[in-house]
Design a protein around this ligand. Sequence first.
Ligand SMILES: Nc1ncnc2c1ncn2[C@@H]1O[C@H](COP(=O)(O)OP(=O)(O)O)[C@@H](O)[C@H]1O
Ligand SMILES: [Mg+2]
Length: 262
Amino acid sequence: MPNLVCQPKIRGMPGLLVVDNLAHTYPDGTKALRGVSLTLTRGEIVSVIGLSGAGKSTLLRCINGLVHPTGGSVEFDGQAVGWDAGSLRYLRRKIAMIFQHFNLIGNLSVLSNVLMGRLSYQSCWMQPLYSFSKRDREIAVTALDRVGLLNEWDKRASELSGGQQQRVGVARALAQEPRLLLADEPVSSLDPLTADTVLGHFVKIVRQEGLAALINLHAVELARKYSDRILGVREGRCVWQGPPDDLTTPVLKRIYGEEYDG
Ligand SMILES: Nc1ncnc2c1ncn2[C@@H]1O[C@H](COP(=O)(O)OP(=O)(O)O)[C@@H](O)[C@H]1O
Ligand SMILES: [Mg+2]
């Protein structure tokens, strides 16, 4: 199977994220990534699609340093990413993550959850919540306003609907003041209508803020609707990349297998 080098849409633009021949083998021997290369340009929204087990989550985890690649390299904003404490700290500030199951702390208020996005800016991560600075609070409030949930700031996170909880997840990511957002199936836990609304809102914010996003998506129609470019991953390799309009049925069969029926 070919392993395409996924080039940026806009040639000549510097890559914000350059992933080269990235590989990861888990300790049990599972080869989750077998050499994926991609470049993400500033302002680009790129979706990753593929079957369950194709390696999409592992790809995001390697990029933000949650998983240490066993091969290849990641360059972010012109700097090679290492896995020493200094590099990880830099990544944790500049690359924000949004999760499928929101990963909020249900017993804490909405605002406290958003403040968690400021943790990587604390001199000591174990500081109690009340030690967040006035600036941290202002940034968190602005982020909450950005996702339209300012009125809910003092509610417990667990009291919100799924769609609202994911908007809190987006606000927490924005509070981190990142350059790049990684989202791992961010709307898979939501009903189709809410999923479309939450993703549409997320994409609008990413564009308005001039950020870049790499989004693992389960739903092909959402990838088509909201991405500048789509990567198809299969068995740990990038087997296709292109604009949404080029995602034809033969291409989908290449990504998902011959049994794909739309
Ligand atoms: N912690 C782990 N230990 C061993 N194998 C894993 C682990 N996490 C994922 N895998 C395996 O790695 C492959 C890729 O998984 P993953 O990146 O989660 O794919 P996707 O997100 O596309 O569903 C799968 O075969 C999966 O079972
Ligand atoms: Mg996954």
